[in-house]
Design a protein around this ligand. Structure first.
Ligand code: IMP
Length: 217
């Protein structure tokens, strides 16, 4: 017999900490939460420290961040851990996607490193240049309860990068079924907000699950 489906805890508090210090992510998470009328404050605005990401999975790092903010602030906190996974190069940069950009957060350099690694293994055809973005959203409460949601979007990596919208690795990522990179799409398009085909970005897909389980109804 199947185990009964687990019911997620609902978010009933009117204020939520966005447990991130990354401006691009804070902006995107705020955009996704806004329609639900929830007030947000970022970890940076509250002066909360940025915990070191010592876990070895997206889930582990997301929860490390959400729990740190929830316990320090006394408010529920939502964190996102995300990255680009490229199977041809052993899953890199994966959970180290931010670190590949170095201290100066230079994503031109990070994209170049991915391209160099692909060239080093002779990955030249679209089939060999498959990649996916992962986003795990973790919602933690001050009492230690946690809910996690994972979203993925699959595509191919192109070179040279195209477009100057979005952030991070967006300009080299061509999502399946589209002829423009994430770097050439507006935020609405990248997330697929209101699109008949449903959410597009990894973050919007994780967010849809989060909203369905914790916010709606
Ligand atoms: P972290 O989740 O703070 O460890 O950082 C994840 C890193 O993955 C970001 O700094 C970006 O480099 C990359 N990344 C995550 N989501 C996206 C996205 O939507 N577009 C482009 N790059 C992303």
């Amino acid at each position: 017999m199947d185990a009964p489906a687990r019911t997620a805890r609902r978010l009933t508090e009117p204020k939520l900490v966005v447990a991130s210090h990354n401006k691009g992510k804070i902006f995107e998470i705020r955009m996704l939460v806004a329609p639900f009328g929830i007030e947000t404050v970022s970890a940076g605005e509250l002066g909360l420290p940025e915990p070191e990401e010592t876990a070895t999975t997206f889930e582990g790092n997301a929860t490390l961040k959400s729990l740190a903010s929830a316990t320090a602030s006394g408010l529920p906190a939502l964190a996102d851990d995300s990255g680009l996974v490229v199977p041809a190069i052993g899953g890199d940069p994966g959970i180290y996607s931010a670190r590949w950009a170095g201290e100066s957060k230079d994503f031109g350099l990070a994209m170049r490193k991915v391209e160099d690694a692909l060239q080093a293994v002779g990955a030249t055809t679209p089939d060999q240049r498959r990649a996916f973005f992962v986003a795990v959203l973790s919602l933690a409460w001050p009492d230690g309860h946690v809910e996690e949601f994972r979203g993925e979007v699959h595509g191919t990596l192109i070179w040279p990068p195209r477009g100057d919208m979005g952030f991070g690795y967006d300009p080299m990522f061509l999502p399946d079924g589209h002829d423009r990179t994430f770097g050439e799409m507006s935020g609405e398009e990248k997330h697929g907000l209101g699109a008949a085909t449903g959410p597009l970005s990894h973050r919007a897909r994780a967010f849809e699950l989060f909203a369905r389980e914790c916010l709606e109804g």
